[in-house]
Design a protein around this ligand. Structure first.
Ligand code: ADP
Ligand code: MG
Ligand code: MG
Length: 249
């Protein structure tokens, strides 16, 4: 059993007008096998939380800690965090011209495991994972995210997650901009990893519709850089009816 503990996390970014506090004391703990949804209005700091855990250099932690099984990951490099089992599916995946999907996946797997995967077995795993996500095999020879549609980018994030098998996966609005079919395929990927491993999930989302396919055990409502309310799955139904208005008054 593993835990990812976010304790009193304060994060700021540098702007032209000086440092701007964005996260203002976030407390949240995810254990292996749990699925936590973080919901909240645009601009509430959800992506900032994801970037801060992943180690993005623009986000300066001024207070608090993030503990993976008791070890503060904020002292680790981005690579070390990935090797420790953290995975981030980004809201806006970046293009990597000149690097094919196949090369990217093998390089990432090698970096995380500390050794190259066995070729035949690896190809089998990649093909199976691509088939699960209904991705055309030709996809593996395309450059990472270059010219991918919004849905293809999100599927590729899930493909990485399934192949890299993190201990904790943070998915930042992987549901945004997806049509119903893509939403279901992406959700199935999350549910497959959830069933096949004891990974914990932080599912960041603006909308409740993905929660028809992925059943979170915990829901946290994020407002202005803090957790404003927490609850079980029922909270999603209330948010669906009421929206975020009552938190923004
Ligand atoms: P969410 O993901 O909930 O929509 P974000 O974490 O993206 O929210 O943003 C929270 C706030 O922080 C917003 O007001 C946003 O403009 C600001 N912010 C985030 N990143 C930066 C940055 N690199 N520079 C300046 N402001 C930023
Ligand atoms: Mg946003
Ligand atoms: Mg965001």
């Amino acid at each position: 059993m593993s835990t990812l503990e976010i304790k009193n996390l304060h994060v700021q970014v540098d702007t032209n007008d000086g440092p701007k506090p964005i996260l203002k004391g976030v407390d949240l703990t995810v254990a292996s096998g749990e699925v936590h949804a973080i919901m909240g209005p645009n601009g509430s700091g959800k992506s900032t939380l994801a970037y801060s855990i992943a180690g993005h250099p623009d986000y300066e932690v001024t207070e608090g800690e993030v503990l993976l099984d008791g070890v503060n990951i904020l002292d680790m490099s981005v690579d070390e965090r990935a090797r420790a089992g953290l995975f981030l599916a980004m809201q806006y995946p970046v293009e990597v011209p000149g690097v094919t999907v196949a090369n990217f996946l093998r390089t990432a797997k090698t970096a995380i495991d500390g050794e190259a995967p066995k070729v035949r077995q690896w190809i089998g795993q990649v093909n199976q994972a691509m088939e699960n996500l209904r991705m055309d095999p030709a996809f593996s020879q395309r450059d990472v995210n270059a010219g991918f549609s919004g849905g293809e980018k999100k599927r590729f994030e899930i493909l990485q997650m399934e192949l890299l098998r993190p201990r904790f996966a943070i998915l930042d609005e992987t549901d945004s901009g997806l049509d119903i079919d893509a939403l279901r395929i992406v959700s199935e990927g999350v549910n497959r990893l959830h069933d096949a491993s004891d990974a914990g999930f932080l599912l960041i989302t603006h909308y409740t519709r993905i929660l028809r396919y992925i059943k979170p055990s915990h829901i946290h409502v994020f407002v202005d850089g803090r957790v404003a309310e927490e609850g079980g799955p029922d909270l999603a139904d209330r948010l669906e009816e009421e929206g975020y208005d009552r938190f923004l008054a």
